[in-house]
Write a protein that binds this ligand. Sequence first.
Ligand SMILES: N[C@@H](CCC(=O)N[C@@H](CS)C(=O)NCC(=O)O)C(=O)O
Length: 224
Amino acid sequence: MGEVKLLGFWASPYSLRIKEALKIKGVDYEYDEEDLWNKSQQVLNYNPVHKKVPILVHAGKPIAESLVILEYTDDRWKGNPMLPQDPYDRAQARFWAKFIDDQLMPPILTALMRSGEIAKRARRKAEEQLNLLENEIKTGNKLFEGKGMGFVDIVGVVVAYWVPVIQQAAGKELLVQKSYPRICSWANRLLTCNVTREKLPPHDKLVSFYEDRIAAILKKASRL
Ligand SMILES: N[C@@H](CCC(=O)N[C@@H](CS)C(=O)NCC(=O)O)C(=O)O
């Protein structure tokens, strides 16, 4: 099948997805920890478009973007499928994964990591999106049952682990049990799964990483 290498970053929720997927598939790989403030030539060569990690290199060929890598991994190593088998269910899984990355996380991150009017506006948007997800889970959508780690579950770990960490680092509350009980139950199920628990970055180290990031972002914004 060829050699597998993952270029990642310890605090990256996107890198974690690929670590989980490779674990689920039972694929051995070499791991290169990247310095995102001093990117290696491999990152620039393998992902010239975004210059971001994760990047999976399989038999010398690079694949970038976590959702694309997850699909590649599922197609390439057939055991323990992550996407559902039924075409409609697969489409739904892709839809909700994209929703999490494109619609839900950006306003949450802005609400938590910025200040003032920008944060306030983002918070309203984030609440709207969280309500959409809460209502979707309420309909009984099977993708959020959190039984085993499917495609949407793996993507959802960013909501389950990173959002509470960033909330703590920012000293703000947004995703809370009393407002979003179904999202929080799903998140708790994801975090009790062994594959997730084994791979998560250490909690306190991650909080302090985000405290520094938030301080840097706010300092930069105050100079503008
Ligand atoms: N949409 C990308 C996001 C990846 C991403 O944002 N990676 C961050 C680390 S968490 C990165 O490499 N940042 C470097 C940079 O922005 O220059 C994915 O799903 O893989």
